[in-house]
Design a protein around this ligand. Structure first.
Ligand code: ADP
Ligand code: MG
Length: 462
């Protein structure tokens, strides 16, 4: 039974890993390279997979092995390496008989620096080598979070405690936390940094509770200078557990240990969490990462294209920045797909090829929301008539909601400024531009307005 459960779990993990990669590389690359890969098993932190030919093995090693290994590590933190073997027939037992077994197996392992993250007792998770400050593009939506993260990374003692980073999925929380860890690791190697997911933290914590050695648990974390816990929205559960967590947390802060936590919501919005803990989490600096703007998305694409070392026409980058708005993760996935496709077919990247490769994604986006829908929702939200979206009335009570609707139309649809203007009673594109700027400005100046807009955006997207 137990064994069956394990292999089912591994099977499900493998399906998720493949699913992620599929989204990243696109359908054709997936079918050519990833689909034929079979999972042999997991043993001692090593994932073993097999492919039918040597050529495929080499191609996978050159293009996908590192990413496969990373995705596996995200599934299961104990995984540190991936081995690709050649099996003449998929699912067969024998290795390619022409080659000595050892040579037929290629292996990609976590870089040494990563492997040491957890140090002796390896509670911490490995760090992604790409998640460093140098690769983080700063813009209005994330400048506060970035500045706070830098401060924490640079200072020798606890600065804001805790630093609470929050924002929607794929906006860079984990990236910033890893960047803090890398920075300290290289600049202040004497300081001890630990990064782990809230789930992992709770897992160890509950185990300590069960075995009645919370003292050892606390001691263990007390020896850490900077403790980072990712995705704390997953901390919930029994009051007694939260109580203990609360004390451990206080203990760390009292002992001047820097704590950094992230969540997808603000502290006060964390559900299933005790009031006292919630408010405690909000004591330090709460830095939110806003939804990306067009400028930030374009900046990220440019930086990423540069790092990939591929020439991508500005038009294509602008197109992607306009179209893929949900998260940076999705944006990166789209870019990777476009690049992978061009590499495979050996042709230049053009607007047409890009639209072609991403047609499924783009369709999904276009379907997502229409200007009419946005107008309806926004009107409902602010309690004005839909007709006022088109009307010439200029009183603040209708003008502001109208600006919000224009702003969201720019953010959530692929319509151009003149097109949007037309849908709003034939207004000029400069009016729309002004609205977008104004709303951007207000979002930064006024927290409750910002939350309102964010809420609307999420409702429309969801
Ligand atoms: P979150 O933890 O908030 O869900 P991640 O930190 O995992 O998001 O970010 C998702 C992806 O987007 C990562 O690959 C990350 O490197 C990238 N990313 C997010 N924000 C930025 C940014 N400002 N500059 C560069 N890359 C970014
Ligand atoms: Mg994350």
């Amino acid at each position: 039974m137990a064994e069956r459960g394990t292999s089912q779990r591994i099977g499900a993990g493998w399906a998720r890993v493949r699913g992620m990669l599929r989204a990243e590389v696109g359908e054709s690359a997936y079918t050519s390279w990833i689909k034929p890969v079979t999972l042999i098993g997991i043993d001692g932190g090593v994932v073993r997979v097999a492919v039918p030919t040597r050529f495929m093995r080499d191609w996978i090693m050159g293009h996908y092995a590192e990413r496969l290994r990373e995705l596996w590590t995200e599934e299961d933190e104990t995984i540190s390496a991936l081995e690709v073997a050649v099996q003449a027939e998929p699912g067969g037992e024998e290795l390619d008989p022409i080659e000595p077994a050892a040579a037929a197996v290629a292996k990609v392992a976590v870089a040494a620096a990563e492997a040491t993250v957890g140090e002796s007792d390896a509670i911490g998770a490995p760090l992604d080598p790409r998640f460093v400050f140098e690769n983080f593009v700063v813009g209005k939506p994330n400048e506060l979070a970035y500045a706070a993260a830098r401060r924490v990374a640079d200072s020798q003692s606890a600065s804001y405690n805790p630093l609470f980073l929050y924002g929607g999925v794929g906006l860079g929380k984990t990236h910033l936390m890893h960047a803090i860890a890398w920075h300290i690791r290289t600049r202040h190697p004497d300081r001890k940094v630990e990064y782990l997911s809230a789930e992992k933290f709770m897992y160890h914590f509950i185990r300590a509770l069960r075995f009645q050695n919370t003292m050892a648990f606390k001691e263990r974390f007390r020896s850490v200078d900077v403790l980072m816990i990712d995705d704390v929205q997953f901390i919930n559960g029994k009051e007694s557990t939260q109580e203990e967590f609360f004390h451990t947390f206080n203990d760390l802060v009292d002992n001047n240990r820097q704590v950094v936590v992230s969540a997808d919501k603000s502290p006060s919005d964390l559900e299933g969490m005790e009031e006292r803990l919630r408010s405690r989490l909000g004591w330090g600096l709460v830095a939110d990462i806003h939804a990306t703007t067009y400028e930030l998305r374009l900046g990220i694409l440019q930086s990423k294209a540069e790092r990939l070392g591929v020439a991508i026409p500005a038009k294509v980058l602008e197109f992607l920045a306009h179209k893929i708005t949900a998260s940076v993760r999705e944006l990166e996935g789209a870019l990777n797909r476009v690049v992978a496709h061009a590499t495979l077919v050996g042709r230049d990247i053009t607007l047409e090829s890009c639209q072609d490769v991403l047609h499924d994604l783009l369709r999904a986006h276009d379907r997502r929301v229409t200007i009419e829908e946005i107008q309806k929702r926004v009107a409902e939200h602010f309690n004005i008539r839909i007709a006022d979206m088109h009307s010439a009335r200029r009183s603040r009570a209708v003008a502001r909601p109208r600006q919000v609707a224009m702003y969201l139309s720019k953010q959530l649809t692929a319509r151009s400024l003149p097109e949007i203007g037309r849908k709003f009673g034939g207004r000029d594109h400069t009016t729309v531009m002004h609205a977008v700027r104004k709303v951007d400005e207000l979002r930064h100046a006024d927290v409750s307005f910002d939350e309102d807009v964010e809420l609307l955006r999420r409702m429309l997207e969801g």
